[in-house]
Design a protein around this ligand. Structure first.
Ligand code: GRF
Length: 192
């Protein structure tokens, strides 16, 4: 069976969407483990609850961070790495070691509203301030530039004049939970 490793730094609702898709047999993959750079986050609780191994790699020393990451990935041997709200840049060596095997979900329609600093509510704030009538989410391959890898798929949602960054975030997140498992499924179907 194909193996997936998920990276997350937050609540892990996208991670949960993957777990649910596996449990409901919509996605025929094994989640080999969760890698996080933060302790005490929701994603870790979700992993424990679902008996998914967790490795917290929070070294501030970049070399050490990279080494620990590489060691863990060597053990887990993922066919695909999914960044689901991982708020740290993946070291270039790791990106190079996994060509077209790392994907990220971003809460806007890239190439707009992406890049360094565009995360969390800031993204939705920027979308609202720019007067866009449509937003959404993007799943893309990860390369060495923030949010600039090849776009795989997007899902749109409307932006209402009454939206706050929070209300828009909620609508986009719901779309993320549908898009991410479906893209993973497509990627595995293509390589099977
Ligand atoms: C999502 O909005 C995702 O697009 C972004 O970080 C957020 C993670 O949310 N990269 P969650 O932890 O999956 O709930």
């Amino acid at each position: 069976m194909k193996k997936l490793v998920v990276f997350a730094s937050g609540s892990g609702s996208n991670f949960q969407a993957i777990i649910d898709a596996v449990r409901q047999k919509k996605l025929n993959v094994e989640i080999a483990g969760l890698i996080t750079n933060r302790d005490g986050i929701g994603a870790i609780e979700r992993a424990i609850k679902n008996r998914i191994p967790v490795n917290v790699i929070n070294e501030t020393d970049e070399q050490l961070f990279k080494r620990k990451l590489a060691d863990q990935l060597k053990k887990w041997q993922p066919d695909l790495i999914v960044l689901a709200g991982f708020l740290k840049k993946i070291p270039a060596e790791i990106v190079n070691d996994f060509p077209n095997k790392i994907i990220n979900i971003h809460p806007a329609l890239l190439p707009k509203f992406g890049g360094k600093g565009f995360y969390g509510l800031r993204v939705h704030e920027a979308v609202i301030n720019s007067g866009e009538k449509t937003s959404g989410c993007t799943v893309h391959y990860v390369n060495n530039e923030y949010d600039r890898g090849q776009i795989l798929e997007q899902k749109e949602v409307p932006v209402y004049s009454t939206d706050s960054p929070e209300s828009l975030a909620k609508r986009v997140l719901k779309a993320e939970h549908e898009l991410l498992p479906s893209v993973i499924k497509k990627l595995f179907t293509q390589t099977n």
